[in-house]
Design a protein around this ligand. Structure first.
Ligand code: GLA
Length: 676
């Protein structure tokens, strides 16, 4: 087992896909173990009616498949394999290791996870076990081997779904196995205690370690815990979970080397796994996404999640493993999707590179904690709006077969670094208003509003293909990333950096000298002092823009000042700068800009970088997928009014010729196919 100790520079770009149909995949999680056999027959007939061609099964079935340790019962699973295959529905077979059975917990109580504040968690649920428990890893490999042996040659098997949403609902465990494994992980990373002491800055508060076994997991303590230690514990936890995945994947590969193996990510919504590293270990990226029901801009956040999924896949097609037809059951107010919303959501994922659209789950559960979660087939059955929309979506996907395998081209990259999220979210930062995610969402939204396609990239990735790179509050920038970003601009790239970026290295140590240590040279400025603002305080810029949350005392060296502060603690000093550096340029935005202030600035930047910011969105989201020969223009109308858009070719959903203008009715989507 070998995993890299730092994030890989660039994701893989393989275009591996599921055998079988040449079209798109459609379906969802299916839990027949909750139903009598006669219901399975009804389900399968309904799946056929909806055009479903892929279901994920056995995700939580460990207790049924292995009722006592080492005793297996595959009778139900054999039956369901047979019935699905007869109906021509392919199978994404899960390893059920996200929910160990009751016997496991009784026999191996030391596998139970311990929270940061010392609570040992019980069973009767799912999701958590100490990822470093040797008994868990052995038991997980054993059930995986049984499944792989039994179904390796089954013609319905097209995909493996290892575990479920690693890292959720919680990820880090402070149990004895984890502490022992953490110490080994540290020995591998630092080799000597002297190095560890230096990297963790343990002379602060006299935390110096003289023996490896003095080191503990960073549990809840009286005051704030060493943040370099916490950062390493995050890295360790991501690696420990990844080892669990690889443990199962490698068993599977012995039996089915040609069937792709994946696990479902939660791209923007779970920060425990460092997905850039994980993406290298899956054959196809798979992602789960649920709307934040109460946010009016949740379709923009969906787009961001889908763009990150595609980026993790290196641009290759990916699988939307789960989303919902309507309400979920775990938000404060589980607002149902209204007519057409599910289709718009699905087609936005598709437009952003997903070639499989799957849901949680096929049939709603009558019991268990998810009984109020929507499904493809609701409790009320097939005579429902939701089911009719599910059938209609199946038809829509059928008409979009030609899209399969085409790709999205983006000229703008937003930097996304999980390690920077971890570090920035610790306590005692200069202001509670600092938020990596807040700035990411702000910049992403501004670009989305302009219909600019965006990839996400790790700060050490090869950025040469991008005309513009945006670093929204990227607090942690290690030396490799610093060099990469500086080189990118020197070679002709354009970089936008927002405040509180490039402050610390990979051990959360402030760079020597004035901020922003990692980006001083490329930005052509230094920041002798941070000047955060009061709650609700605003500052005015000389270009009439308004800032909130943050300002800096800036001294420019080579940068040109684009706007100064008129008032506030940095009055008279630079607010917005641009540094021509080598063949490119780098902007610095030292305050929180929103709305039209951010939009107009980005428009200037896009123009300088030579990127066409076509037209403001007017409620119509546009994305292009293309191949060398074909182009597919997706137009998703989120507004209540019909809209016209320039296009020519064939509209695939209505199968009509388009000559110059296509009408996109309110709430609907149109996909115009043209040849290049
Ligand atoms: C996650 C899980 C599913 C289900 C859904 C409910 O995505 O993977 O098993 O619990 O949430 O939204």
């Amino acid at each position: 087992m070998s995993i890299h100790t730092t994030s890989p520079a660039s994701p893989p770009t393989t275009d591996r896909w599921l055998k079988g149909t040449t079209g798109l995949r459609y379906g969802g999680d299916y839990n027949p173990e909750q139903w009598p056999r006669e219901t399975w027959l009804e389900d399968i007939a309904l799946m056929k009616q909806a055009g479903i061609n892929l279901v994920s099964i056995a995700i939580f079935a460990w207790g049924i498949l292995e009722p006592r340790e080492g005793e297996y019962d595959f009778s139900q699973l054999d039956d369901i394999f047979g019935l699905l295959h007869e109906a021509g529905i392919d199978i994404d077979l899960a390893t059920p290791t996200a929910a160990p059975p009751a016997w496991f917990w009784k026999k191996y109580p030391d596998s139970r996870p311990v929270t940061r504040d010392g609570i040992t968690l019980g069973n009767g649920s799912r999701g958590m076990v100490s990822p470093s428990s040797p008994d868990y890893r052995r038991a997980a490999a054993a059930i995986t081997e049984q499944l792989a042996r039994r179904y390796a040659n089954h013609p319905a098997l097209v995909l493996w779904h290892v575990h479920n949403e690693y890292g959720a609902p919680i990820s880090d465990s402070y149990d004895d196995h984890s502490v022992a494994a953490f110490r080994m992980w540290l020995q591998k990373r630092y080799a000597t205690l002297d190095t560890l002491n230096e990297k963790w800055g343990t002379t602060f508060w006299g935390q110096v370690y003289g023996e490896w076994d003095e080191i503990d997991a960073p549990r809840q303590s009286a005051s704030v815990t060493n943040q370099a230690q916490r950062l390493d514990f995050h890295r360790f936890t991501s690696d420990a979970l990844l080892e669990c995945y690889i443990n199962e994947r490698d068993v599977i590969r012995r039996f089915t080397p040609d069937i792709p193996v994946t696990t479902n990510f939660m791209a923007t919504n779970c920060l425990s796994p460092d997905y850039w590293k994980w993406a290298r270990e899956v054959d196809i990226v798979a992602n789960d996404h649920y709307l934040v029901a109460e946010r009016a801009d949740n379709h923009v956040l969906l787009a961001m999640d889908a763009d990150l999924s595609r980026s993790l896949a290196g641009g290759a097609p990916w699988i939307l493993m789960e989303h919902s037809t309507g309400a979920v059951n775990w938000q404060p107010r589980n607002i149902a999707k209204r007519a057409g919303e599910m289709a718009r959501n699905s087609l936005s994922h598709l437009a952003r590179g997903a070639d499989a659209i799957l849901f949680f789950q096929f049939r709603a559960s009558r019991f268990g904690v998810e009984k109020f979660h929507s499904a493809m087939l609701p409790h009320a059955g097939a005579e429902t709006r939701v089911w009719r929309e599910v059938v209609a979506l199946g038809e829509t996907l059928g008409s979009l077969e030609a899209v399969r395998g085409s790709r999205v081209q983006a000229r703008v990259a937003l930097l996304w670094d999980t390690e920077s999220f971890w570090a920035q979210d610790f306590e005692w930062r200069p202001s509670a208003e600092l938020g990596h995610r807040e700035r990411l969402e702000a910049f992403y939204t501004a670009l989305w509003n302009r219909n600019v396609s965006v990839d996400f990239a790790h700060p050490t990735a090869d950025l040469t293909g991008y005309a513009l790179v945006v670093a929204p509050s990227l607090y942690l920038v290690g030396p490799a990333a610093s060099e990469n970003l500086t080189g990118y601009v020197r070679d002709g790239g354009h970089l936008v950096v927002s405040y509180f970026s490039g402050i610390v290295d990979e051990n959360d140590t402030v760079y020597a000298g004035a901020a922003p240590g990692a980006l001083r040279e490329v930005l052509g400025l230094t920041i002798p002092e941070f000047l955060p603002l009061h709650e609700n305080e605003t500052v005015t810029l000389s270009d009439s823009r308004t800032g909130t949350a943050w300002t800096d005392d800036i001294e420019v060296s080579t940068a040109e000042v684009l706007a100064r502060y008129v008032d506030g603690p940095a009055a008279g000093g630079p607010a917005l700068t641009r540094n021509v550096y080598g063949a490119g340029s780098a902007w610095y935005i030292s305050t929180k800009l929103t709305g039209t202030d951010l939009d107009s600035l980005l428009l200037d930047v896009l123009n300088t970088a030579g990127i066409e910011a076509a037209r403001s969105i007017d409620g119509v989201e546009t994305i292009i997928r293309s191949t060398d020969t074909d182009e597919f223009l997706f137009l998703i109308n989120h507004s209540d009014a019909d809209q016209s858009w320039p296009a020519s070719g064939t509209e695939l959903l209505t199968n009509t010729a388009v000559d110059g203008t296509v009408l996109v009715p309110a709430g609907l989507t149109r996909v115009v196919h043209s040849t290049l």
